[in-house]
Structure formats: structure tokens, C-alpha cells
Design a binder for this molecule. Structure first.
Ligand SMILES: C[S@@+](CC[C@H](N)C(=O)[O-])C[C@H]1O[C@@H](n2cnc3c(N)ncnc32)[C@H](O)[C@@H]1O
Length: 382
């Protein structure tokens, strides 16, 4: 992925489907003060901070709107926005202009562009969808959108486990899958999580950890790809009066982080939903979200036996763990489905992935049964 925008003194001209993207000119300044904005746009092109295009229907035509992309923020994301002048709406100028912008991005080697639009702005959301963006998350105000040039983009919701999307299953989740967050919280606090910290919980489920951490942090961002889980966390946060918990419906790959780097990331039993190549990409994204020296606490169902012992190890784990009652634990059929349909990996594959992503593993522990691992990692490179 291109990590930056090309700095230039000469704004390129992009022609696409009856739309011309080009430099803003003095004639575009209709109100006092606009000249300054036009000069500022040229400066931003020169520094590579932002690529701001005038939208016209012909090279010498009047200004119909503005489209732009901003250089990557701390999370590495390039963001787009667009404005179409009121008199110019309703003729698909917006869609064609955004398509032209994305075509230019692709030419620059930019493989991923993010945007957000207000949920109430249906016209803008529709325009974005038609131009190739996909909704990857939302909150009370915004729809978060992602466009990718990649043909190998995956659908994180489809991989999330159908049960996690089912409100009835989610309603019984805490009875079945309750856990004590105290030890993980203590680990993160011992590594500096405190009153000024921001923490992200990825695949937060019903919010057990996010809600337990909230009193000790400035802000907790709980993200989960499942709408039913997100509804459960929101309800729980309201009940607890935890107004520093922000809940975002998004997958780890699709999450568009708004704000500076965060101090800590927690993720429990969520990473196994992604196939290994995507785990590696997700871990890299996590490292990119953290401040230098920030902490990742990762727990998951990871096999620590050698490949040669995999079949017997998996059988031993299922025999030792299976519950008779699906309401209070995982049955044999559920554990077998986990092995068959999900993507638990081996510790000896996951650990190099963590290192490749830019983490140093500072603590690790494997459960004696050979099927669970915990890691505490810190970001080891910028
Ligand atoms: C087994 S639950 C674990 C929930 C919680 N962390 C816990 O430990 O109880 C897995 C959670 O990860 C979510 N999930 C699955 N794939 C995800 C993805 N790609 N991005 C974010 N969340 C995901 C699921 O919706 C589900 O809530």
C-alpha cells in the first residue's frame, strides 16, 4: 500500500466518465476568503498533506464540487471526502467524481481509502456505495466506509461465526461464556494502563472486559463485527453508566480508527475467526493503532502442540473440555465445529506473526491442555 500522497507543484488532471478533476483556480473563489483556501489547497498538494481536486464537467467548466484525499493518519489510513455544490446535485456528478478520485488513487498505488459519512446523509452514503465503498462499521453518528483496490478483500461478518450474529445466542452468551477479566486487567494496569489511557477491545463480545476496564481508563473503544454483540455492549454500557465506552460495529480489518494512537489493545477469543494470512494483517493493523511501546494483551484458542501431535492433541482437548449442556459451556459438537470451521492456529505460527507485525512478546503462557495461549506484547518498532 502506498504510504503517502505524491507531493507536487502541478496538480494532475484526471478525466473520468464526463468528469474532470483538476486544480482549484482563482475563478473558483466565489466568496471572500476563498482565495486563501485555494492557496492553502496548492500548499497541501506541495507538502503531500492532502490532494484536493476541483470537480468540473469540462476543463474550462465551472466548479461543481471538491473531492480530496488526506495523507495517512497515525493509523496509516488515507481518508477521502467530497462536497458537491447544491446547484450541481442530482446528476451523478458526486458518484463520478468520487470514482475518478478512487481511480487516481489506484494509479498512485493507494490500495485502501477510508471515509465516513453522517448516517442521516443518505445521498452521500448512496453515492459512496455506488462509487465502490463498503460500510465496515458505524456508531451513533457515522457510517464508516472503506474502499479497497484489492481483489482479495474478505467479509469479516461472514467469518464471525453465525452464532455471534444471532441475538438469541448473544442473549445467553454471558451464561455460557462468562470469564473473570481481573487477571487481564491487572496485566494491562501493570504495564501502564491508567486514568489517561485509551484502550481498544477487539471482538469485545458482550463487553465483559471493556466494561471492567472502563473505570480505570480515560476511554475504552469496544469494537465487534456483530450487530447483536454491539447492541449487547451498548445496552450494558448504558446500564453501567459507562459514558467513556465507545462502541463501534466493525471488524478488526475494517475498523477505521478516528483519533491518535492508543495505549493498549485487548483481544480475547476473536482472532481465531480470521484465516492465518488475515490474522497477520490484523496484527499489523493492531500494531499500527498503538503508541510506540503500547501493549497488546492477546488471548485465544491456540494449539501449542507440535503438528505431529495435532490429531491426538485436539481429541484430548475436546474430551477434556466438552460440556453436556450448551447453555453453560461448549458441547463436543460445538468444539468440533470450531476446529472444522474456524481458524485456530498453532503457537509456533502465531508467534512469528506477532513478531512480523512489529510486536515483542514479553510474556506468554500456554494452558496445559495445549489449546489456549495468552500473550502480552509491546510494539517494538515504529
Ligand atoms: C468468542 S467471542 C469472544 C467475545 C469476547 N472477547 C469474550 O472473550 O467473551 C468472539 C467475538 O469476536 C467477534 N468477531 C469475530 N470476528 C471478528 C472480526 N473480524 N473483527 C471484530 N470482531 C470479530 C464476534 O462477533 C464475537 O463477538
Amino acid at each position: 500500500m502506498a504510504a503517502s500522497l505524491p507531493p507536487t507543484d502541478v496538480v494532475p488532471t484526471v478525466e473520468h466518465d464526463g468528469i474532470v478533476l483538476c486544480a482549484l483556480e482563482r475563478r473558483d473563489a466565489r466568496r471572500r476568503g476563498c482565495e486563501r483556501q485555494i492557496a492553502d489547497a496548492a500548499r497541501r498538494w506541495r507538502t503531500g498533506e492532502q490532494a484536493i481536486f476541483a470537480v468540473r464537467e469540462s476543463a474550462d467548466g465551472p466548479l461543481a464540487g471538491i473531492v480530496d484525499v488526506r495523507a495517512p493518519g497515525p493509523d496509516g489510513a488515507i481518508r477521502a471526502s467530497w462536497t458537491i455544490l447544491p446547484g450541481q446535485r442530482g446528476r451523478s456528478i458526486g458518484r463520478r467524481a468520487v470514482e475518478a478520485l478512487l481511480a487516481w488513487c489506484a494509479e498512485q498505488g493507494i490500495e485502501e481509502v477510508w471515509a465516513h459519512v453522517e448516517r442521516t446523509n443518505r445521498a452521500s452514503a448512496r453515492l459512496a456505495m455506488h462509487a465502490g465503498f463498503r460500510v465496515v462499521g458505524d456508531d451513533d453518528r457515522w457510517l464508516y466506509l472503506r474502499w479497497t483496490a484489492s481483489a482479495t478483500d474478505i467479509d469479516e461478518t461472514a467469518l464471525a461465526g453465525p452464532e455471534h450474529l444471532d441475538p438469541a445466542y448473544v442473549a445467553g452468551y454471558d451464561r455460557k461464556a462468562a470469564f473473570d477479566p481481573a487477571e487481564d486487567l491487572a496485566v494491562l494496569r501493570s504495564r501502564g494502563l491508567g486514568a489517561d489511557s485509551t484502550l481498544i477491545d477487539i471482538g469485545a463480545g458482550t463487553g465483559t472486559f471493556a466494561l471492567a476496564a472502563a473505570p480505570y481508563c480515560r476511554r475504552v473503544i469496544a469494537i465487534d463485527v456483530s450487530p447483536a454483540m454491539v447492541a449487547a455492549i451498548r445496552a450494558r454500557a448504558v446500564r453501567a453508566g459507562a459514558d467513556n465506552v465507545v462502541v463501534v460495529q466493525a471488524g478488526v480489518l475494517g475498523y477505521a480508527h478516528d483519533g491518535g494512537p492508543v495505549d493498549a489493545i485487548y483481544t480475547r477469543n476473536a482472532l481465531h475467526h480470521l484465516p492465518d494470512p488475515w490474522k497477520a494483517i490484523a496484527l499489523r493493523r493492531m500494531a499500527g493503532l498503538l503508541v510506540q511501546g503500547g501493549t497488546l494483551r492477546l488471548r485465544d484458542l491456540v494449539f501449542s502442540f507440535p503438528a505431529a501431535d495435532a490429531e491426538s492433541g485436539i481429541r484430548r482437548w475436546i474430551d477434556a473440555t466438552a460440556s453436556e449442556d450448551a447453555a453453560v459451556g461448549w458441547t463436543r459438537a460445538e468444539l468440533e465445529a470450531h476446529v472444522r470451521d474456524e481458524h485456530s492456529t498453532f503457537t509456533w505460527l502465531l508467534e512469528p506473526m506477532l513478531e512480523q507485525a512489529g510486536f515483542e512478546i514479553v510474556e506468554s503462557a500456554y494452558a496445559p491442555i495445549g489449546a489456549y495461549a495468552d500473550y502480552t506484547c509491546i510494539t517494538s518498532r515504529p
